[in-house]
Design a protein around this ligand. Structure first.
Ligand code: ADP
Ligand code: MG
Length: 694
C-alpha cells in the first residue's frame, strides 16, 4: 500500500462507498490521511457505572449481562437492548433499528460503550445508540472507544465510524517511511514532528495529548500537517513570482517632467492620500524592467479609476498602448465615457470595443490598435482573449473582477505579451485570503474615500415592516430619485426563487408603484435584454429596478438613492456591502434598507448589525470571513483559491502567515534542487488544482 493506492481497493470499500468517498474528494489513501477529523472526543477514562449522572457523556466497560431484540408499538421499528454490568452496577444500552448489534453484543462478552447517559422513564440510566467496541484482553489498540477518538464527517453512506476504522487500517498497513521534504533547519526551528508521527498523531492522538489542544487544531502533529500544506502552497507562489521576475518588458517606461505635466493635466481633483500612495506604487512598478503584477484594492467609490488613468498616461507618453477591461459591456461603456472625458484634453486616441460594437466601428478600432495609432481601448475581457492585435501593448488594467485576474494574466502570458498588469477590485479581501488568492501579486490598498461623501444610511428591519420600506421608496421616487429592490437567488432553488422574485415584481408594479415604471432584471434574461434594462434604468426611464444580484457588478446610476434588499439574511456580508455601494454615487443622500426574515438568530443579527454600524468594507470583510468561512466569502468556488485538505484559511490564518515567512526564507536558503521545491511543484498541479508554477 502507498499513499497513491485508491481507496476502492481497500477491504470494506465497495463501489458504492468508493463513489461516496470520491464525492467528497477522497480518492487515495493519501487523501484519506490528509483529511482531518472534525473534532476529537475523550473516551479514554472509564467510569464506574454506579457513579454516572444523567446528561454526562461517558465511557464504560463491562460484561453483557443480557440482550435481545424487541419490537415496539411503532410498526417497522426494532430495538436492540443490552444490559451491561461492571463491578459497581448495571446500565442499559439501546440501539434503534440496528439488528446487526445482535452479532456484536453477545451475552458474556466484555464491551466498551461511549455515549450520553439518559434517565429512563422506569428509573435508572440508559445509553441510546452508544459507540461500542469489544473489549480485548490486555493491551489492545482501541479504535472507537477507550482513547481519544477522532470524529470524522460522514461521507454519504460512509459513516464516521467506518472512516475511523479505515484510517486505522491504513495506518497499520502503510509503510510509514515517506521521505522528508521539509528542510531540517525549518523543522528544528519550528519543532515540527516528522510526517509519520504527525499523521499518526493527528488521527489517533497519543495517550497524553490534550483534547482541548487537539480540538483547537494546535497539537504539534496537526500543526505539522497544516503548516506543510500551507508551506507547499506559498513556496509554489514564490517560485511563480521568481519566474515572473525573470520576465522582461520589451519597453520600460520612464517618467520625466513632461510626463508628470501630462499626468497633472488629466487630474480633475486633488488625490486622496490613499490614491497618491497607490499611484506611487504603480508607477514604481512601471519603471522596473519586470512586468507589473499589482492588485489595487479599494472600496466602491474609493477612486480607483483615476489611479489606473494616471498609469495609462505614463504608458501612453512612453509610446505604449493600454487595454482597459471591464466585466460587462455596460461598465465598459461607462468607463469609456469617463475616460474619454478625462483624457479629452490630452488628445489621445481612445476607443471602445465590445460585442455590440457595429462591424464598421469594430474594423476601425482593430486597425488602429494594430497600427498603434489608437492609444487606449476600453472593452470587456474578450479584448485580450480574442484576436485583437496590439502594436505595443504596455499596460492592461482589469477592473472589478477579483474572480478572473489570475486567469487573464495567464492568457496574456500565453500570448507572449509581457505588459504591466493592474488588477482592480472593489471587494475588500481580508489579508489571509489576499495572501492566498493573490499571493503572487503586489497589493496596494486605498483605505480613504474622496472628501465630501455622505455615508449611506443603512437600516435593518423584519420583512413584516416591508410596507414602511415601500412608503420610503415612494417618497424618494416622488422627489425624483430612483430605487433598486434586490432579491436573492439561491442556487438550489433558483426556479422557486425566481418565481418569488417575479411575483414580487408584478405585485410591486400593479399594486405598490402603479404610477411608476418598474422592470425585473435577473440572470436568466438574455444579455441584450439585461443590457436594455440597465440602459433604461441609467437613463431614468425606469424608476424602480427589481433585480436578483446581477446588479452586483452593475453600473453607476447617480440618481438611484435607495437600495432595498429582501432576505438580507441570505446574503454574505461582503456581498451586501457591495450591493449597498451601488447607491450613494451621486450628490443626494442615499439609503440602504435591509429586510430580513424572522427569526434571525444570534449570528444573523450580529451580521446585519455589523453592516448597519460600519461603512468600512475591510472591517466587514474580516467579519464575514470569521462568520462564514472562505468558501462562502467568495460566493462560488473561484479560480486561484487552492483546494486545501488539512488547513483552514480562517482557523489557521496564523499558520498561513508563518508559512508565508518560511517560504520566503526557504526560497533564499534552499538549493535549486531542494526536495521542498520539487514537492511544491508537484503539489501545485496535483493537489491544489492550480495552474503549474512555471
Ligand atoms: P471606484 O474605486 O469605485 O472605481 P471611481 O474611480 O469610480 O471609484 O470614483 C468614484 C467617484 O469619485 C468618481 O465620480 C470620481 O470622479 C470621484 N473621485 C475619485 N477620486 C476623487 C478625489 N480624490 N476627489 C474627488 N472626487 C474623486
Ligand atoms: Mg470602479
Amino acid at each position: 500500500m502507498t499513499l497513491e493506492t485508491p481507496l476502492s481497493s481497500l477491504k470494506g470499500v465497495g463501489p458504492r462507498r468508493a463513489a461516496d468517498l470520491d464525492r467528497v474528494g477522497l480518492r487515495t489513501v493519501g487523501d484519506l490521511l490528509a483529511r482531518f477529523p472534525l473534532h476529537y472526543e475523550d473516551r479514554a477514562r472509564f467510569r464506574e457505572i454506579a457513579s454516572l449522572q444523567p446528561g454526562e457523556a461517558v465511557t464504560v466497560t463491562g460484561t453483557v449481562a443480557s440482550c435481545g431484540t424487541r419490537l415496539t408499538r411503532r410498526p417497522g421499528f426494532k430495538l436492540f437492548e443490552a444490559v451491561i454490568r461492571d463491578a459497581t452496577g448495571t446500565i442499559r444500552a439501546v440501539w434503534l433499528n440496528q439488528p446487526f448489534m445482535a452479532s456484536v453484543m453477545l451475552r458474556g462478552r466484555d464491551v466498551i460503550l461511549f455515549g450520553q447517559a439518559e434517565p429512563r422513564p422506569a428509573g435508572g440510566l440508559q445509553l441510546t445508540n452508544p459507540q461500542y467496541e469489544a473489549a480485548g484482553t490486555g493491551e489492545q489498540d482501541y479504535i472507537h472507544t477507550g482513547r481519544i477518538v477522532p470524529v470524522y464527517e460522514k461521507a454519504g453512506c460512509v459513516t464516521g465510524r467506518l472512516q475511523r476504522a479505515l484510517v486505522h487500517d491504513v495506518l497499520a498497513q502503510l509503510p510509514l517511511d515517506r521521505s522528508e521534504f521539509l528542510p531540517a533547519w525549518l523543522r528544528e526551528e519550528l519543532r515540527l514532528p516528522d510526517w509519520c508521527t504527525a499523521v499518526a498523531g493527528t488521527h489517533f492522538p497519543v495517550e497524553d495529548a490534550s483534547v482541548d489542544t487537539l480540538n483547537a487544531f494546535r497539537a504539534p502533529a496537526q500543526v505539522r500537517l497544516i503548516f506543510e500544506e500551507f508551506l507547499l502552497f506559498q513556496v509554489g507562489l514564490g517560485l511563480r513570482r521568481r519566474a515572473a521576475d525573470a520576465d522582461r518588458k520589451p519597453v520600460v517606461p520612464a517618467v520625466d517632467d513632461r510626463i508628470r505635466a501630462a499626468a497633472r493635466a488629466v487630474l480633475p481633483f486633488a488625490l486622496t492620500a490613499g490614491q497618491r500612495q497607490a499611484v506611487k506604487d504603480v508607477v514604481d512598478d512601471m519603471v522596473r524592467p519586470q512586468p507589473m503584477q499589482r492588485l489595487l484594492q479599494g472600496d466602491v467609490g474609493a477612486g480607483k479609476t483615476i489611479v489606473a488613468l494616471l498609469a495609462a498616461v505614463v504608458a501612453i507618453e512612453n509610446g505604449l498602448q493600454v487595454a482597459f477591461m471591464a466585466p460587462t459591456e455596460i461598465l465598459a461603456e461607462q468607463h469609456f465615457l469617463t475616460i474619454r472625458r478625462l483624457l479629452g484634453r490630452s488628445g489621445y486616441d481612445v476607443g471602445l470595443l465590445t460585442g455590440s460594437s457595429a462591424a464598421a466601428d469594430r474594423r476601425v478600432v482593430l486597425r488602429h490598435l494594430a497600427s498603434g495609432q489608437m492609444q487606449l481601448v476600453v472593452g470587456t475581457h474578450a479584448l485580450v482573449q480574442q484576436d485583437v492585435a496590439f502594436a505595443r501593448l504596455g499596460l492592461v488594467v482589469i477592473d472589478e473582477q477579483h474572480r478572473f485576474g489570475v486567469m487573464q494574466r495567464a492568457v496574456l502570458r500565453e500570448k507572449g505579451w509581457r505588459p504591466d498588469v493592474l488588477v482592480m477590485t472593489a471587494t475588500p479581501i481580508p489579508r489571509t485570503l489576499a495572501l492566498t488568492a493573490y499571493g503572487d501579486l503586489d497589493v496596494s490598498v486605498i483605505r480613504d474615500l474622496p472628501p465630501g461623501r455622505t455615508p449611506i444610511r443603512t437600516t435593518a428591519r423584519p420583512q413584516a415592516r416591508r410596507d414602511e420600506a415601500h412608503r420610503f421608496v415612494r417618497e424618494q421616487l416622488e422627489a425624483g430619485r430612483q430605487a433598486c429592490i434586490v432579491y436573492p437567488l439561491v442556487e438550489e432553488s433558483a426556479k422557486i426563487d425566481l418565481r418569488a422574485a417575479t411575483e414580487m415584481a408584478d405585485h410591486l408594479a400593479e399594486e405598490v408603484f402603479p404610477d411608476y415604471r418598474l422592470a425585473l432584471l435577473h440572470g436568466r434574461l438574455r444579455a441584450e435584454e439585461k443590457d436594455r434594462i440597465m440602459r433604461a434604468f441609467a437613463a431614468g426611464e425606469i424608476h424602480v429596478l427589481v433585480s436578483t444580484t446581477v446588479i452586483e457588478v452593475g453600473i453607476d446610476v447617480s440618481n438611484a438613492t435607495v437600495m432595498v434588499v429582501e432576505h438580507a439574511e441570505r446574503f454574505g456580508l461582503a456581498q451586501l456591502h457591495q450591493l449597498r455601494g451601488r447607491v450613494g454615487r451621486g450628490t443626494h443622500e442615499s439609503f440602504c434598507l435591509l429586510l430580513y426574515q424572522e427569526p434571525l438568530g444570534e449570528q444573523g443579527e450580529a451580521r446585519l448589525r455589523a453592516l448597519v454600524e460600519t461603512a468600512d468594507g475591510f472591517a466587514i470583510a474580516e467579519r464575514d470571513l470569521d462568520l462564514r468561512g472562505p468558501g462562502d466569502f467568495f460566493g462560488t468556488r473561484q479560480s486561484g483559491m487552492p483546494t486545501l485538505r488539512s488547513g483552514d484559511l480562517v482557523r489557521d490564518r496564523d499558520i498561513m502567515e508563518d508559512a508565508r515567512r518560511y517560504a520566503t526564507a526557504a526560497l533564499d536558503r534552499e538549493p535549486a534542487g531542494s526536495a521542498l521545491f520539487a514537492e511544491a511543484r508537484r503539489s501545485w498541479s496535483d493537489r491544489f488544482g492550480l495552474a503549474s508554477v512555471g
